[in-house]
Design a protein around this ligand. Structure first.
Ligand code: ATP
Length: 628
């Protein structure tokens, strides 16, 4: 609604009168959202004459808020600075308010001209409608949309000298995480600052998209020339074509749901055209029909080489050259968890990787780091089982000069300090001596590390990934691992299956063969070689497989790998061939396997699926029972 600036206050007063008399307020007098906010304020028990008593905020509170929201602030602060500078000397206070209503960053509140407004816009102050009545940020949070509240539109009398405009900020999953607000003294008319604030919010949201990574990044808009503007929609997909996240502009255009639904959506579910057309057009926008009937222009956001859902652009290098460390994952058990792990890590939750030796825990940790919020910082790995117990403490926490005999003169920073701004990977955490676990827990809780021999702590900000092959719950039961530490490191658990259970075994073999073959064409495996690989129990998991394939590629002749090219341990199967089933249980198992194979006419994949076991397991059973 456009309100005539000259009689703005007069109209609001009229609206207030109707509201207080319990009558309907017509939209010509006041925006519906403000009326709703007045109702909420009253519902919270506030009266216009109330004075706000803002919560007391200690220095520690301010520090904790900074730490807790540091990721969000990394994206918000630079854009706020830009906006603040462009506002010049117009005496605005800019503030970022998190979803719970608490101010987490503010600029301009030390300006003497803003003295009366500053107490409300300090870090730590709660601006929720339940505390401060109708106000721009509170209303924008409650309504989930931009809100301008000027003068007597505020519910509390004492706030009526102010004017504020607030715009919600959404993360790449569509969740409302904060609002950006511009406030100043009310000048008797509605303020017109909503657009610049909204633009800054768009820029912050686009920054947030960078953090979620993705092999395919698309810019979309109804108009081709705007696919290059800050108003473009952004969609990021992973290498399998699943949607990782989208900015609010794209969400609106494509009517995407908020929250966790993205992973179930893929490129084909959104667009009718082929990805290949977008790639072929290079930096030019391509018109694609959306399934909803809409036509959008899509442009590749930067030309990154990528492997996407089986489609490798002809002029991009093969996948192995893009990221030699990229974890190959086609096992449904792992793929489902990957995105969750990425999201948890992105929100600074520690990830706990579990799996036997060689299942790729470190590879996964490095990948999480590279695609995580502190990718620019260092990745520091510590193997807790390989450092002598006496040295772990100084290794992790560092020491001051002269802390003990043999200590370096100038002291040494520990791994925690080295990982500041990056990721600390604590491998084999299950083997950490019990007495050190308490210290580790303290460091994790306080985010501060005290070197051996030092009296003062050093603040450290790093992401944490832990890994173990041990059963930590069992260790807790045995009194060898602290339960509170287990909870602390267990933000999200990611079990990596042993190779013998991986359902993408064949694909992984092909993937590793390509890597081992380097620039040559990868060799083909004979049927017998495949059977030997599938029938092996792989105690060393991917590490052992990689070694086996290295040898196979080196020995292969005429582009073919036969059984003779495999390591001796694979040529003599780990499970003896043709062990006839003995005992009732084994005979029953053998019969079950035989029946499943017969039902599926010898199709091993179908039989394995039917039996609910991995194909490799079925091969092993077949060899065990001589059913080849
Ligand atoms: N997903 C994958 N794709 C390709 N290679 C992989 C993958 N995962 C692991 N590897 C390879 O397997 C080997 C073992 O991986 P990694 O060191 O990450 O295992 P781990 O579980 O940390 O082992 P450990 O517990 O013994 O330290 C490495 O050489 C790595 O290159």
């Amino acid at each position: 609604m456009q309100i005539n600036p000259f009689d703005f206050d007069h109209r609001v007063q009229k609206a207030r009168q109707l509201f207080e008399e319990g009558r309907d307020v017509p939209p010509q007098l006041l925006e519906d959202s403000v009326v709703r906010s007045w109702q909420r304020s009253r519902h919270h028990g506030l009266c216009p004459e109330d004075r706000v008593i803002f919560n007391v905020v200690s220095r520690n509170d301010v520090r904790r808020i900074g730490e807790h929201h540091h990721l969000l602030l990394d994206d918000v602060a630079p854009e706020m600075e830009l906006l603040f500078h462009s506002l010049g000397r117009a005496n605005w206070i800019l503030a970022c308010i998190e979803a719970g209503g608490v101010v987490i960053h503010a600029l301009g509140n030390t300006n003497p001209a803003c003295r009366d407004l500053a107490p409300a816009l300090r870090i730590g102050v709660n601006l929720n409608e339940s505390v401060a009545g109708t106000n721009g940020p509170g209303c924008a949070l409650a309504e989930g949309r931009p809100s301008v509240v000027c003068g007597s539109e505020h519910f509390l009398d004492e706030a009526r000298v102010f004017a504020c405009a607030a715009v919600p900020l959404r993360d790449p999953y569509g969740e409302l995480v904060a609002v950006l607000d511009a406030s100043r003294r009310h000048g008797g008319h509605r303020i017109g600052i909503l657009e610049p604030v909204a633009l800054a919010v768009r820029a912050i949201e686009n920054r947030m998209m960078r953090r979620i990574g993705g092999e395919l990044r698309l810019a979309v808009h109804y108009r081709p020339e705007l696919t290059d503007s800050p108003m473009r929609g952004l969609l990021h997909f992973d290498g399998d074509g699943r949607l990782l996240g989208a900015n609010p502009v794209a969400r609106q255009m494509l009517d995407l749901p908020v929250g966790d639904g993205d992973g179930r959506l893929c490129f084909e579910a959104l667009f009718e055209g082929s990805m290949a057309r977008v790639w072929a057009a290079r930096d030019m926008p391509v018109a694609l029909a959306c399934h909803g009937g809409l036509q959008l222009f899509c442009r590749l956001e930067g030309r990154r080489p990528f492997r996407f859902n089986g489609f490798s652009p002809p002029d991009s290098p093969p996948a192995r050259q893009q990221d030699p460390q990229a974890p190959f994952h086609g096992d449904p058990g792992v793929t489902g968890l990957l995105r969750q792990a990425q999201r948890a890590f992105h929100h600074d939750l520690p990830v706990l990787l579990r799996g036997e030796t060689g299942t790729g825990k470190e590879v996964m940790a490095r990948w999480l780091h590279r695609s995580g919020p502190r990718a620019e910082g260092p990745f520091v790995a510590v193997n807790c089982s390989s450092i002598p117990a006496g040295l772990i403490e100084s290794e992790l926490f560092g020491y001051e000069g002269g802390a003990f005999t043999g200590a370096r003169k100038g002291g040494m920073p520990g791994k925690f300090e080295q990982a500041d701004g990056g990721t600390l990977f604590l491998d084999e955490i299950g083997d950490m001596p019990l007495e050190l676990q308490a210290r580790l827990l303290r460091v994790l809780q306080e985010r501060e590390v005290t070197r051996l021999g030092a009296t003062r702590g050093i603040a450290v900000q790093c992401s944490l990934i832990c890994a173990t092959h041990r059963d930590l719950e069992q260790r807790v039961a045995e009194g060898l691992f602290r339960e509170d530490l287990l909870y602390r490191i267990n933000g999200l658990q990611m079990p990596l299956p042993p190779l013998r259970q991986r359902q993408d075994f064949d694909d992984l073999v092909r993937h590793l063969l390509v890597g081992e073959a380097g620039h040559e064409a990868p060799p083909v495996l004979s049927e017998a070689a495949w059977a030997a690989l599938r029938g092996h129990s792989w105690p060393g998991n991917i590490r052992e497989l990689q070694q086996a394939l290295k040898l196979a590629v080196a020995l292969s002749e005429n582009g073919t790998v036969t059984v003779e090219h495999l390591p001796a341990s694979l040529q003599t199967p780990s499970v003896p061939l043709s062990t006839r089933p003995s005992g009732t249980l084994q005979r029953a198992e053998c019969e079950t396997v035989r029946a499943a194979l017969a039902r599926h006419k010898g199709n091993v994949s179908a039989a394995a699926k039917d039996l609910g076991i991995a194909r490799a397991t079925l091969y092993r059973k077949m060899r065990q029972f001589g059913l080849d």
